[in-house]
Design a protein around this ligand. Structure first.
Ligand SMILES: [Zn+2]
Ligand SMILES: [Zn+2]
Length: 129
């Protein structure tokens, strides 16, 4: 009984992360989830986000800059651009150099399972003002 409720909550939360708008804070996920599950608490949302992360289905994006953690569904490897003024987060392709990643003494790394690259700066909108 309890299990099926948890499964449903997880399904709703994963659905929110995979539907269009990515990089949501737990609070934003909670607001969306309440449209479907009106009584869901922020604590439950956090627990489910952590569960999805442990299962490899979601990814946590931390930036030193904006001071908040965002979540996205796990997809192809990509980097993130963070605007230091408006705090928007955008997916950007990984620089090509990352493909040949190596450390000097040991040669190429055998395999890369995950990679976290954050680029900070001003987005085009903020650069104009
Ligand atoms: Zn900006
Ligand atoms: Zn992303």
């Amino acid at each position: 009984m309890k299990k099926s409720r948890n499964t449903r909550q997880r399904g709703v939360i994963l659905g929110i992360l995979t539907a269009g708008a990515v990089h949501l804070t737990a609070e934003e996920v909670c607001l969306e989830a309440r449209k479907i599950l009106p009584s869901i608490s922020l604590g439950t949302v956090y627990r489910n986000l952590n569960f999805l992360r442990e299962q490899g289905l979601a990814r946590e994006i931390r930036s030193s800059d904006a001071g908040c953690t965002r979540f996205e569904a796990t997809r192809d490897p990509h980097a993130h651009f963070h605007c230091r003024r408006c705090h928007i987060v955008r997916d950007i392709p990984l620089p090509e150099a990352v493909a040949g990643i190596r450390w000097p003494e040991a040669g190429p790394i055998a395999s890369v399972s995950s990679l976290d690259l954050h680029v900070m700066g001003d987005c085009p909108g903020c650069a104009d003002t």
